[in-house]
Each structure stands twice: as structure tokens, then as C-alpha cells.
Design a protein around this ligand. Structure first.
Ligand code: DC
Length: 472
């Protein structure tokens, strides 16, 4: 699983260890001291287990659990929400604790959650990530890796004090054994990890040792990580939402969604050919593997449908959240690849969703001009497209669309059958090399501006070419 593995790796502090070793407490204090956010990946495995028990899925049924791990929505913050339901308390209960090792042993479940963990880091540029396989598998190039242990009696005592209801040393030993002996990403000390036995030591003491090691390794030559560029201001950007959703997405289409998409997109193609004699030039420019961002000009409501015809893969795009208020409509546009954004303008949470989608390997459309424009000149671009592509480490493919404005301009209710030409340009900023692309990078605001200017130039070229083809 090395595809998206570089997600913000420079800024990750990996805290792995045994149940009851003090991981969560240490990770929390460490995150506070470093001013970073913290991700409890154990809570994510518990959340999937909660959903499996809720849906009556057998903890040994790998395929069903893999499918579940793709579609369930999980928010792990102060509260843990599973498909919007508060599971903060239940995930710590004996039923979930008893089944979590079995559920987390399935490679498909792990793959689904690792994608989300890397996306979590990709959007933040770093963080304290605690779990069992963070230093070994999820972020093998973490800035610092820590592995915590404690003797079994002390761990059982701590769990009992936490009121975990799962504190017996037999239960802990059973879970340690299952977690260490499973085939997929077994619990192990990562190479180069700082191993600390926390038995009899205070949290402060342990955190102090970790910080000391961090400072020592960074002054010894490893560069301190530069802060990532803030998400660029976007039209109407309101700043982060306090209750922002971290994972609202169905991360990969299941078999039914895939079949439905094939049917729906087939119909769109037939319609586009019959109604607009649609032609596409430059399809060979699309990256052959891995996700990418399509950046088309925007002149009409039908643009996203036209763009979807350039590839057989499902192309994701943003839809106004209001569409999902009518359940059937939400399902329909969702099946065509749309995902909800809160306002009709792009906000930071939407940018996070975009990065998550790309990190998961799906292509995505962002109209860099923002809303629909008019005429043959590419208008001022928002920096969101360049930002998302850089954070996810994927190329941007400019797309010119000529004729869609004549077919259905702003304000029109009816669609006119006129000729439409699409021109796909060369990918900018690297060729994707498989799931996750060439690797995320941190770019400064000036680079973002520069890339956005370059995109505007390239977009104008493909737009001019499409207009020329349309005039012939
Ligand atoms: O840290 P915890 O006890 O809440 O974790 C619950 C279970 O989740 C643990 O028994 C194994 C699994 N887990 C995992 O397999 N990989 C991780 N990165 C985190 C947890």
C-alpha cells in the first residue's frame, strides 16, 4: 500500500502500541504540545466494527466488511459518528471490543481505512496519528515513530480505570495476540521507532522523552517540516466549519453503483452524440493510471455531463447540497458521481472532500472558473483546483468545451441541439503513477498562484482549439 502513502508524511508523528499502553493519552498530550491535530485510528476500526454489528455482518465475512468499510461514513473527532449516528460510547463497549480484532484483520477493511487515514493527513499536512500499523504501513516515512508498551497488569489496570469494561488482562492478551499474529499489517515495532515502556512512568515523563527525541533528530539534520499552504480563499470561503465532516464520502463505488454508472453514463453518451454530435479530441492525453483532476471551462449546466464522456471511469464532481434534500434526486446525481457541497460556492470542507476522492483513486472535475461564465475568454481562475491537485499529488488536465453555451446558456430552460467539441489538453504537473499519483506535495501560495496562471493559459489554448473545431 504505497500509493497514497506519502500523504503529508513529513508532518506525521506515528504513535503505535499495545492496548492500554497509554497511547491515546500520550498522543493527545503530544498533539497539544506540537499544535497538531490527532487521529485515533483504533476508533476508526471500532467504528467499522460498530457498523458491522449494527448491520448483522459476521466479523469473519471479509467481502461484506470490505464493502462496508467503503461505504460507511465515519467521523472521528471529539465524538465518533457512524453514518451520522453517535457511537462514541458504544465503540468502547464489550461487543465492539470483542469483535474489533477480527474485523480489523481483513485486508479489505484495512485498505479502506488506510485510504481515509492518508487523506486525513493529506488535507492537514500532518498530525499525530495513533494506532497499530501507523509507523510500519500507513506512514513508513513518518517524521517520528513511537512504539509504546507497558506490562500486562498495568495495562489492565489502566483500562479498568478508564471504565473501558474490557480491562481484564486475559482480554488484553487475547487482543494483543490477535493483533500481532494477523497476516495483514500485524502489530509490530517499526524500523527506527522510539520504543518506550511506560510502566510506572507518568504521561508527562513519556511525552518529554518523545519531544526530546524529536528535537534531537531534527537538529541532527532532518529538516523541520515546513507548514503547508493554507487552503486558498475560494469564492465565498467562510473558513473551516466547526462541525466539519471529515469523511462524508462513499469512498468507492460498490458493484451496484458501478453497474448503474455504466448504464447512466452510456445513456449520456448516446444522447450527447445524437443531440450535439459530440466530438472529443485529445482523449489520449488522459493519464493511463491513477487519479487526475479535470479542469474544464464552464459555460453551461450540461458541461459536467459532457466532461463525463471523456473516460469510462466515474468522474466525481460537486453538487449543491440542496439536491440531496430530495432523496431520489440526491441518489440520481450521486450515482452519476456528484457529491454534496454545503453551499453553491466551494468551501474548505469541499476541498477536503475533493482531496479524499483523489486520494481514493477516482478522477474528479473542478471548474476552476467557479460559476458559469460567458464568451470565448477564460475568466480569472480560483486557486482551488491547483491546491487540491497539489495536496493530492495528481495532475491537472485542462478541458476546452465549445458549443455548450449555445446549447444551454445561463438562464435557458431548454436545450438546443447544436454541435459540441471537447478538447482534452496535456496533464500539468506530473503524470499520475497509480493510485495516489506521484505523491502529494506542499506548495507555497506563490507556487499556487503561478500554477493557476499557467492553468489559465493552457485552458485558453484548449478552449481556442475547441472553438476552432466548432467553427469548421
Ligand atoms: O487502540 P484501540 O484499542 O482502540 O484499537 C482497537 C482495535 O483496532 C485493535 O484491537 C486493533 C485495531 N487497530 C488496528 O488494527 N490498526 C490500527 N491502526 C488501530 C487499531
Amino acid at each position: 500500500m504505497s500509493g497514497a502513502g506519502g500523504a503529508g508524511r513529513g508532518g506525521v508523528i506515528a504513535v503505535d502500541g499495545l492496548a492500554g499502553s497509554g497511547k491515546s493519552t500520550v498522543a493527545g498530550v503530544l498533539a497539544d504540545r506540537l499544535g497538531l491535530e490527532r487521529l485515533d485510528t483504533g476508533a476508526m476500526y471500532r467504528a467499522i466494527t460498530f457498523a458491522a454489528l449494527r448491520d448483522g455482518i459476521d466479523p469473519d465475512d471479509g467481502p461484506a466488511l470490505t464493502e462496508l468499510a467503503r461505504r460507511v461514513t465515519i467521523e472521528v473527532e471529539a465524538q465518533v459518528l457512524v453514518d451520522g449516528q453517535d457511537a462514541t460510547v458504544a465503540i468502547r463497549g464489550p461487543e465492539v471490543t470483542g469483535a474489533v480484532s477480527a474485523v480489523s484483520s481483513h485486508p479489505g477493511v484495512r485498505a479502506g481505512l488506510v485510504v481515509r487515514q492518508r487523506a486525513w493527513v493529506a488535507v492537514r499536512g500532518g498530525g499525530v496519528v495513533e494506532g497499530r500499523d501507523i509507523g510500519t504501513v500507513v506512514f513508513p516515512d513518518a517524521r517520528l515513530k513511537v512504539f509504546l508498551t507497558a506490562d500486562c497488569d498495568e495495562r489492565a489496570r489502566r483500562r479498568a480505570l478508564e471504565g473501558a469494561g474490557t480491562g481484564s488482562s486475559e482480554e488484553l492478551s487475547r487482543r494483543d495476540h490477535l493483533d500481532s499474529s494477523r497476516q495483514a499489517s500485524p502489530l509490530a515495532v517499526a524500523e527506527g521507532a522510539l520504543a518506550i515502556d511506560t510502566t510506572g512512568r507518568s504521561v508527562e515523563d513519556v511525552v518529554a522523552e518523545i519531544l526530546e527525541r524529536l528535537m534531537a533528530s531534527e537538529t541532527a539534520g532532518r529538516p523541520a517540516t515546513a507548514g503547508p499552504a493554507e487552503p486558498p480563499a475560494t469564492a465565498g470561503s467562510p473558513g473551516p466549519d466547526p462541525g466539519a465532516r471529515t469523511a462524508i464520502l462513499e469512498l468507492a463505488p460498490g458493484p451496484v453503483a458501478r453497474a448503474w454508472y455504466a448504464v447512466a453514463s452510456g445513456l449520456v453518451k448516446v444522447w450527447a452524440l445524437a443531440c450535439f454530435r459530440l466530438s472529443v479530441e485529445g482523449r489520449e492525453n488522459l493519464p493511463v493510471a491513477g487519479p487526475y483532476l479535470l479542469a474544464p471551462v464552464h459555460r453551461s449546466n450540461i458541461d459536467f455531463l459532457m466532461v463525463s464522456t471523456v473516460t469510462r471511469q466515474r468522474v466525481r464532481f460537486m453538487g449543491k447540497e440542496e439536491l440531496w434534500k430530495v432523496a431520489a434526486l440526491g441518489r440520481l446525481v450521486g450515482s452519476l458521481g456528484a457529491f454534496p457541497v454545503r453551499r453553491d460556492k466551494v468551501d474548505r470542507e469541499s476541498l477536503r472532500c475533493c482531496i479524499e476522492i483523489l486520494a481514493n483513486g477516482e478522477p474528479l472535475t473542478i471548474f476552476p472558473e467557479g460559476t458559469r461564465q460567458s464568451g470565448p475568454v477564460v475568466q480569472e481562475l480560483f486557486e482551488g483546483a491547483a491546491y487540491v491537485a497539489a495536496r493530492a499529488g495528481v495532475p491537472v488536465v485542462p478541458v476546452g468545451i465549445a458549443g455548450s453555451e449555445a446549447a444551454m446558456p445561463k438562464g435557458a430552460k431548454l436545450i438546443r441541439p447544436v454541435k459540441i467539441h471537447l478538447v482534452v489538453g496535456r496533464p500539468l504537473w506530473g503524470q499520475a503513477q497509480g493510485k495516489g499519483g506521484p505523491g502529494p506535495s506542499r506548495v507555497s501560495r506563490s507556487v499556487l498562484r503561478q500554477r493557476t496562471d499557467q492553468l489559465r493559459v493552457e485552458l485558453q489554448k484548449v478552449f481556442d482549439r475547441a472553438l476552432e473545431l466548432n467553427r469548421r
